[in-house]
Ligand binder design. Structure first.
Ligand SMILES: Nc1nc2c(ncn2[C@@H]2O[C@@H]3COP(=O)(O)O[C@H]4[C@@H](O)[C@H](n5cnc6c(=O)[nH]c(N)nc65)O[C@@H]4COP(=O)(O)O[C@H]3[C@H]2O)c(=O)[nH]1
Length: 601
């Protein structure tokens, strides 16, 4: 019975529904992303705007304050302390000589006189807003369009000087709702200079300058100024920020929609391609287009062949080859992988059964996918095939990747059952998976295969160059064997050997070969690469091949573990290689007859 989730997957996994889903999903994702971008762009634009307006205002504010302080100092220096015409004349002179002093006045002992008619100084409406350096400061807190009231008033003793709003307004235009505030150092109150009261309460320790803050949703920006007494801050209306966000968002929306449509289109194409590839793969098994190739594995110290990895190839009717990296993941997602693994097992034994019988030290390793290890199916099938061909279970090993260990418990159980039957278990592409290394202690495993990426990094100046030696050390501590994959250069082989890796596989020794080429290679008996003196002299003894550690067999019998002598390897390799281009795939020989697998199942 088909699982309901499987049925749902199959009904949705069609070009149009998938394209629609992809369009909707990417539209949602891009909407969120666009909002994030619009928000941050708008905040940045708002910050830059407040910063430049604030700096203009600060410049003017300090000019005004400077003149007010100068005016007070001048008045302090003159001797008159009574409201008579001489003092009024002094007040008028100070006001006249300083552009930013709107009014100068004297208030003491019930007397009040001013530089401006009618010469009576205005009464301050409230106590000073803040004090600093023996000066009292009043900040104007009105938005009234009247220019006359003091925007800023300073007092020292009986003298007061003030500037008008106009002197500050021409540095910054608050008509769009901008408010300018002064924060005395150490205070949590922002006092309005050009804004409607009341003052704002700000959080103590809130970001000091640079960043834009939101106060009740309104953008609030503190200028970095270096005045020891106060800091200026600007508050913009909330609508301004929203308007900026909307403007950015409207710019990004068409791009987002276009990308979502492109995502949908790409998904449509991909699903179409995969469906047609899936359909073709269905027929490929029937039409015998899938073929098995064998990449030899050598004992690194002695360079003798100990076995091979069976690798699948798919030659399409037009002669083109499809890489297993394309069709295996597809077969895994459609469930066709079971039939492929079964086919591979049967093919390996049909093609190489007699070779394995006559070379009991040789083994072939088979790649298993997640669904092959999540059920106990493979053990029984292999058992029947081995019995039919008279091959020992130690001669078939199974490779699983860390990605294939999705259900760790079931995988452990089934791999342990395979080992109990006498098969070896290898972890393929070790180090590239996401699993925790702790699984190694619980998993029934005999050998780790170091991924090509780590072999490539060997000796390079890359962060991963030490991974391969590290894996070897770890494997030794866990009493596991090590095979290094993707060896292309002699230095890599030597280095791995000196680090203690047991076996190697790669184009340096041989690419994936057809069954007949592999037989020829083994029949020839030549070592995999010219054996030069082993530098360390560490391992002169012939190999204890992987299969030698199988339970039914005694360990490492040097003479019998190695393959008898040569045939010209390079010539054989070139003729028999399936290596067209980098992936080692090339011409394919005719098919041997195959017994139906269904009989075995
Ligand atoms: N550049 C370079 N490449 C080298 C060298 N030596 C070996 N290789 C390639 O590295 C891959 C090794 O196999 P893998 O890690 O098991 O990775 C395999 C395996 O995970 C999967 N695969 C292949 N056949 C089967 C199969 O029958 N069943 C399952 N489940 N997976 C398979 O597909 C993957 C790719 O297989 P291939 O394309 O045959 O690619 C093979 C092999 O041709 C080298 O020196 N240089």
């Amino acid at each position: 019975m088909q699982h309901p989730l499987g049925r749902l997957y199959r009904s949705v996994y069609r070009p149009w529904p998938m394209a629609l889903l992809a369009t909707l999903a990417s539209a949602c994702l891009l909407t969120l992303l666009g909002l994030g971008v619009a928000l941050s762009q708008a905040r940045e634009a708002q910050r830059a705007d407040l910063e430049s307006r604030g700096e203009r205002f600060l410049l003017r504010f300090e000019q005004v304050l400077g003149q007010l302080r100068q005016g007070l100092a001048t008045l302090e220096l003159q001797p008159l302390r009574r409201c008579d015409p001489g003092l009024v004349e002094s007040l008028q002179r100070v006001s006249f000589e300083h552009r930013f002093i709107h009014e100068a006045s004297f208030v003491a002992d019930g007397q009040r006189c001013s530089s401006r008619p009618p010469h009576a100084a205005p009464e301050p409406a409230r106590p000073a807003d803040f004090h600093s350096q023996s000066l009292d400061y009043w900040l104007n807190a009105t938005n009234a369009p009247d220019e006359d009231p003091a925007a800023l008033m300073l007092a020292h003793g009986p003298f007061r000087v003030s500037s008008s709003r106009g002197h500050l307004l021409d540095a910054v235009d608050p008509s769009d709702g901008l408010g300018v505030y002064l924060i005395p150092r150490g205070s949590t109150q922002a006092l309005p200079i050009l804004a409607a009261p009341p003052s704002l309460t700000i959080l103590p320790g809130a970001a000091d300058g640079a960043a834009l803050q939101l106060l009740d949703g309104q953008p609030f920006y503190r200028l970095q100024g270096n005045n020891p007494d106060y800091q200026l801050a600007l508050l913009a209306p909330r609508a301004q920020l929203l308007q900026r966000i909307r403007a950015c968002w409207e710019r990004l929306l068409p791009v987002g929609l276009l990308l979502a449509l492109l995502g949908g289109g790409a998904t449509f194409r991909l699903v179409c391609q995969r469906q047609s590839l899936g359909g073709e793969l269905q027929g490929a098994l029937r039409r015998q287009e899938l073929q098995v190739y064998y990449q030899p594995i050598v004992h690194l110290a002695s360079r003798r062949y100990v076995g091979a990895e069976a690798l699948m190839r798919w030659q399409r009717p037009d002669g083109s080859l499809t890489s297993p990296e394309q069709f295996i993941p597809l077969a895994e997602s459609t469930g066709q992988i079971r039939a492929i693994t079964d086919f591979l097992l049967q093919e390996v034994l049909e093609q190489l059964g007699d070779l394995l019988r006559s070379h009991p030290e040789l083994y072939i390793s088979i790649n298993l996918s997640a669904c092959d290890v999540s059920a106990p199916r493979i053990g029984a099938l292999t058992g029947r095939l081995l019995a039919r061909h008279g091959v020992r279970p130690e001669q078939i090993a199974f490779e699983v990747t860390e990605r294939g260990l999705i259900d760790l418990q079931a995988a452990s159980r089934n791999l342990a059952a395979l080992r109990a039957r006498g098969h070896r278990v290898l972890i393929d592409d070790f180090g590239t998976g996401y699993s925790s290394l702790a699984y190694l202690q619980t998993l029934p495993v005999d050998c780790l295969k170091i991924d090509k990426a780590f072999v490539d990094a060997l000796g390079a100046d890359a962060a991963s160059s030490g991974v391969a030696p590290h894996i070897v050390r770890m494997a030794r501590a866990l009493r596991l064997k090590v095979i290094a994959e993707g060896i292309e250069r002699e230095e890599q082989a030597r280095l791995l050997d000196s680090e203690g890796a047991d076996y190697g596989q790669g184009w340096l020794f041989a690419p994936a070969l057809s069954a007949s080429a592999f037989r020829e290679l083994i029949g020839g008996g030549q070592p995999a690469a010219p054996l030069s003196p082993v530098p360390s002299g560490r391992r002169q003894a012939a190999p204890g091949v992987l299969i030698a550690s199988a339970p039914a067999r005694s360990r490492a019998s040097p003479a019998s573990d190695s393959i008898p002598l040569p045939g010209p390897l390079r010539a054989g390799r070139q003729a028999a290689s399936v290596g067209a281009g980098e992936r080692g795939m090339g011409h394919l020989p005719g098919k041997p007859a195959r017994q139906s697998l269904e009989n075995d199942l």
